[in-house]
Structure formats: C-alpha cells, structure tokens
Write a protein that binds this ligand. Structure first.
Ligand SMILES: C[S@@+](CC[C@H](N)C(=O)[O-])C[C@H]1O[C@@H](n2cnc3c(N)ncnc32)[C@H](O)[C@@H]1O
Length: 299
C-alpha cells in the first residue's frame, strides 16, 4: 500500500532523538519519512537517506543542505563507520532483503551505544477493504501481498506480524512493539486508497491472474458505489518495533529496553505501556520479559 504522509509523520514523532542526530533512513524511497523527520525535528538535525541507487529525493529535501543521499545496497555491509548514527528508521523495506539478520547486524554496528532503530513494516496480507464480494477481496489482497516486484530481492506480505520475532533474534534489544492502523475512507482519484487499488490492478493484470483480472473492474465499481454512499473504507496495519543496541542504560543501570522506553517517553511524550495490561489488544506490547506479553482484556 503506498504510504500517505500520515504513517511518516507518526514514524517521525515516535523516533526518540535527543540532539542533532545524525539519523539515517534505510530504504528511504523519495524521502517521505526524512521529510517528516525534518518537519518534526527542525532544520539542524543531520539526515541521511539510503537507497540502492542514489535516492531521488523530493524537492524540499533535495535542496536541504543537512540531508545526505547515499547509494548503498542494504544487502551489503553499510558504507558507514561504526557508531555513526544516533538513530535509524526503516519503513517497508525489510521485506525486500533476503538476509534480514545480516542487515540488522549492520544497522546495530553503525548505531551509537544505546542508539535506536525504529523498525516498521506494513503487513500487506492483512489489508482490509469494505467491499461486497468478500471472497474476491481476500484473493485480491493475497495476490497483491504475495507479489515480488522487480525492484525487490525478496518479498513477504506477512512480514508485519513477523517483525517482533525478527527483532528479537537480532543483536538489538526490542523494547516495545506497536501496531499502527491506518484507515482511509476517501476513494477519489489519487487518494491513498485509490493508488493502492491501482497497485493491486497492476499486480493481477501483470502476473496473469486471469480470473481475478477479469473480475477486477467489477470490484472497483463496487468500491466506487460504496464510496458514493459514504460506505467505503480500507485499512492496513503496520507493526513498529523499538530496537536498541544492547548496552546498559548509563543513567540508572537499567537494561536497554527500560532505558529506551524512558527516553522515548521523554522525547516523544508517548505514555508508558502498562506491563502486561491488555498489551496486544491495545495495539501495543512490551517485548520483555515474555510474561508481560500476555494479552488480558481490560475491564
Ligand atoms: C516500499 S519502498 C519504501 C520506501 C520508503 N521507506 C517509504 O516508506 O516510502 C522500499 C524501498 O527500499 C528500497 N530497497 C529495496 N531493496 C534495497 C536494497 N537492497 N538496498 C537499498 N535499498 C533497497 C527500494 O528501492 C524502495 O525505495
């Protein structure tokens, strides 16, 4: 699903940053998250955007002297010295990388002690559409999620739900996990939902899903009718993990998970997750210790 400004704004707001960075966005695309970071953190923070080819950043970023575009293949060792960055983010890129743990080891290497990686990924296989034909909708969503585009070296439409496990097996300490749900009710031309539907159309037509392709136009007509009746909605779920390099917190001797949660609250103002309390139901889970992850219904 193409990302509108909102997921990037919330990513930028969630990244705990103390000073002037530097920060790095790994797989930055045209730079929507970098722009959100710039808007959120001000003009002084040093930003680096990494793409396989030298990133073609949106105009404002391209003119920004504190933004450094870097060409690097994220399957290879990163072209930065140890401890280069205060924080990193990586949104909707991990699924493209065949060796996820090798990549995360490299990210840990280039982060400073107690540096934070905000790892974020949409679970494309759980995209939701309010459409009349439920079975057809499910099949279209799955077909889209299972597609490996030409520019991807791997794909996994279910990576959002696997993100916590991947983070836990990495060199990072995973301190908290959030589910971020984006809902769109606008189906106008070039809206986020409309663009998502166009991308599904491209998949089914290109990948010879003949039967799905033949029913696609009816599906879109149905969505349009629902939109005219103010009944259209689509939603996607993005999982976000706070990961910190495994160092003891210098201020209190807490473990890194506690240290990063405290720093995140200080810098982002987000409230503390109550240990074990309706964690996953509320869309947020503390990752350690495992007993805290149990989901209890709030009364
Ligand atoms: C789905 S896009 C997300 C872009 C951006 N984070 C956003 O949210 O708009 C994934 C990005 O990862 C980049 N990418 C994929 N594999 C890569 C690799 N091996 N090395 C560097 N960048 C890669 C792609 O070029 C693409 O821009």
């Amino acid at each position: 699903m193409p990302a509108g400004p909102e997921p990037h704004r919330s990513l930028a707001a969630a990244l705990p940053v103390r000073g002037r960075g530097p920060l790095v966005d790994l797989g930055c695309g045209r730079g929507p998250t970098l722009q959100a970071l710039r808007d959120h953190l001000g003009p002084e923070v040093q930003l680096t955007g990494v793409e396989k080819e030298l990133p073609v950043l949106d105009e404002r970023l391209a003119r920004d002297a504190n933004v450094r575009p870097v060409a690097a293949d994220l399957r290879e060792p990163l072209p930065f010295p140890d401890a280069s960055f205060e924080a990193a983010c990586c949104h909707n890129t991990l699924e493209c990388l065949p060796e996820k743990q090798a990549f995360l080891r490299e990210v840990a290497r280039v982060l400073r002690p107690a540096g934070c990686l905000l790892l974020s990924h949409t679970d494309f296989d759980t995209m939701v559409f309010n459409a009349s034909d439920v079975d057809l909708t499910r099949r279209l969503v799955h077909a889209n999620a299972d597609t490996q585009e030409k520019w991807m070296d791997a794909s996994d439409g279910m990576i959002g739900r696997k993100l916590v496990a991947i983070a836990r097996h990495s060199p990072f300490e995973c301190s908290e996990t959030f589910a971020w749900v984006t809902v769109h009710t606008d189906f106008e031309q070039d809206s986020v939902a409309h663009t998502a539907v166009r991308s599904i159309a491209a998949t089914v037509r290109r990948d010879h899903h003949h039967e799905l392709a033949s029913r696609f136009d009816d599906w879109v007509d149905d969505l349009r009718t629902l939109a005219e009746r103010a009944s259209f909605s689509t939603a996607s779920t993005t999982t976000r993990c706070y990961c910190e390099t495994a160092r003891a917190g210098p201020e209190t001797g807490d473990g890194p998970a506690t240290a990063i949660a405290r720093r995140r609250r200080r810098t982002t103002g987000l409230p503390r997750a109550e240990p074990g309390r309706a964690a996953l139901c509320a869309g947020r889970a503390r990752c350690r210790p495992p007993s805290r992850r149990r989901c209890r219904r709030q009364s």
